[in-house]
Design a protein around this ligand. Structure first.
Ligand SMILES: C[S@@+](CC[C@H](N)C(=O)[O-])C[C@H]1O[C@@H](n2cnc3c(N)ncnc32)[C@H](O)[C@@H]1O
Length: 302
């Protein structure tokens, strides 16, 4: 990437981070027994245009309703897969906390609010939120608005997660490589070029204690290179290309275990759309479709 492009990107706020927060807002507005995930803070990270759309939807304006139906028609199951991802990653973090995780690093954090809403972090676990400068600045501003100040247990780190500066910046902010750490990479890995993904996975293996954990989601390589045969895969590919945050990395179908093993990970668990559909979509939610292209994986540092 040319320096000029990198600087523009780093100073911008991420549109995809806002979009994911928007999905959390929609799900969080549902009744407690119906919603798949809950994030009371997500609403604070929605910009004026999406807010206007939300208000119109709440009032049931036909135009907003039609736009929502159109999104569901073009991208069937994606909203449901995204909220299932939030739930799955929340649960994995909670289970890791019970197992004694000492540090949490959220890479490509965007407007992730786990540091503020998951019990058991504050006062016990140091959290590092890593993203580009523009998104970090916006996040800090919003966090101050919500809580009055920036919380002590969170460090806001401005870094490119696929480059060498990740380690440098984390250490500057007090990251301890000898601690058992969980690295959350939600909605991230496909935005990093392959060599950056290798750097990142290698950094984690060499700079965290044994039994540290990673969790991330990925798309099959065919979605990333535009050859996916499913219509929804083609549309996802086109949409991100036009958004200015194009996909750069995918994993060949059936290859995830080999890929992570070769990079120093064990206890690899791949979580398919069938798996999370079975886990979370019951009763009233039974007929909600998920998108088979959204896959999650978690693993442990050997
Ligand atoms: C789709 S958003 C997901 C945000 C958040 N993890 C969530 O799930 O709500 C992707 C985020 O990754 C960030 N990102 C992408 N590439 C990055 C890189 N190389 N270094 C740091 N952040 C990056 C973007 O700025 C954006 O905030």
């Amino acid at each position: 990437m040319k320096i000029s492009e990198m600087q523009i990107k780093r100073k911008d706020t991420s549109g995809t981070a806002e979009e994911i927060a928007f999905h959390r807002v929609i799900e969080s507005a549902k009744d407690e027994e119906e919603r798949i995930c809950y994030d009371p803070y997500a609403i604070h990270f929605i910009g004026p245009e999406l807010l206007k759309f939300l208000e119109a939807t709440a009032c049931n304006y036909p135009v907003a309703k039609a736009r929502m139906e159109e999104m569901n028609r073009l991208f069937p199951g994606t909203q449901n897969s995204i909220v299932a991802r939030v739930r799955y990653f929340d649960n994995y973090l909670k289970a890791s906390l019970e197992e004694g995780i000492e540090q949490l690093v959220i890479l490509g954090a965007g407007y992730d609010t786990r540091a503020y809403r998951i019990k058991g972090l504050k006062g016990k676990v140091r959290v590092f939120e890593v993203d580009y400068q523009g998104t970090q600045n916006m996040k800090m501003e919003k966090i101050k608005e919500i809580f009055g100040s920036l919380p002590n247990h969170v460090a806001f780190v401005d870094a490119d997660v696929g480059s060498e500066e990740l380690g440098i910046r984390l250490i500057e902010h007090g990251y301890d490589p000898s601690k058992k750490t969980i690295f959350i990479m939600e909605g991230l890995i496909y935005y990093i070029p392959p060599e950056g993904v290798d750097n990142l996975l290698s950094f984690i293996v060499h700079n965290s204690s044994k039994d540290s954990k990673i969790i991330f989601d990925y798309f099959p390589e065919s979605v990333v290179d535009g050859t996916c045969e499913l219509e929804v895969g083609k549309r996802i590919h086109e949409r991100v290309k036009q958004s200015g945050e194009p996909f750069k990395f995918g994993i060949k179908e059936g290859n995830i275990e080999k890929f992570l093993k070769e990079r120093g990970y064990s206890q690899i668990q791949n979580v398919t759309s069938e798996d999370y559909k079975k886990l979370y979509f019951h009763g009233k939610n039974e007929n909600r479709d998920v998108c088979s292209l959204y896959v999650f994986v978690h693993a442990t540092v050997k």
